[in-house]
Design a protein around this ligand. Structure first.
Ligand code: SF4
Length: 205
């Protein structure tokens, strides 16, 4: 079971395979590992004790950055993510990034986003589309079209929590749509990164 793995010099943290979305570009449909790491499909969701044991056993030499990512949406286990981030902060100098679909308030309506303050240093949020209708087609969230606005609210709130927020889109949408995503990101003062669609297991960041 791979909870921690190295990718491009960073330590990735895989705590769940759960996700309320079915993005059309999701790598979960195209393989189950990243580079030469073992399968990222978890046999079961690891307990806090299992995660900490895996962290302690992981070779962290030279690693300065940790990323909650993996083959699921980390905020499906938001409380566990907070506990693990706290442990990493207490026991290292690593910066911690969260890669998220931004839907934690739909997944866990009672989750307090401000609890991420001081734990999550940066967040990368999947914008995916320029409007709610296209977002619904590309991301296919179980919550439906309201997800788009909730995701944007999460991005706004995270600007206050960690100040370092970025959006991503995958280049499966049209150039015009990417341009509209850029305008939306600009209007929110959030940088946008365009990711190239990949169909193999070369990257999942
Ligand atoms: S949010 Fe991430 S894990 Fe979930 S379906 Fe989309 S790409 Fe896959």
């Amino acid at each position: 079971m791979t909870v921690f793995y190295k990718f491009e010099g960073k330590m990735y943290i895989n705590i769940t395979n759960g996700c309320p979305c079915r993005c059309v570009f999701c790598l979960r449909d195209n393989g189950d590992s990243i580079k030469d790491n073992d399968s990222l499909w978890l046999e079961h969701e690891p307990s806090y004790e299992e995660i900490i044991a895996a962290y302690e056993a992981f070779d962290k030499s030279g690693i300065t950055d940790a990323v909650f990512c993996g083959y699921g949406e980390p905020t499906v286990r938001a409380d566990m993510m907070v506990r693990v981030a706290q442990y990493i902060k207490d026991n290292s100098d690593m910066r911690i990034r969260l890669n998220s679909n931004g839907l934690v308030k739909l997944i866990h309506p009672d989750f307090d986003i401000t609890s991420l303050k001081g734990l999550i240093d940066s967040v990368s949020i999947s914008l995916n589309a320029p409007d709610a209708c296209r977002y619904n087609e590309v991301t296919r969230p179980s919550f439906g079209e309201k997800s788009f606005d909730i995701m944007l609210d999460f991005a706004r709130e995270m600007k206050n929590v960690c100040g370092n927020v970025a959006f991503t889109v995958v280049d499966i949408i049209s150039e015009d749509e990417i341009s509209r995503c850029q305008s939306l990101a600009d209007s929110m003062g959030i940088p946008l990164r365009v990711r190239h669609y990949i169909t193999d297991n070369e990257s999942y960041t």
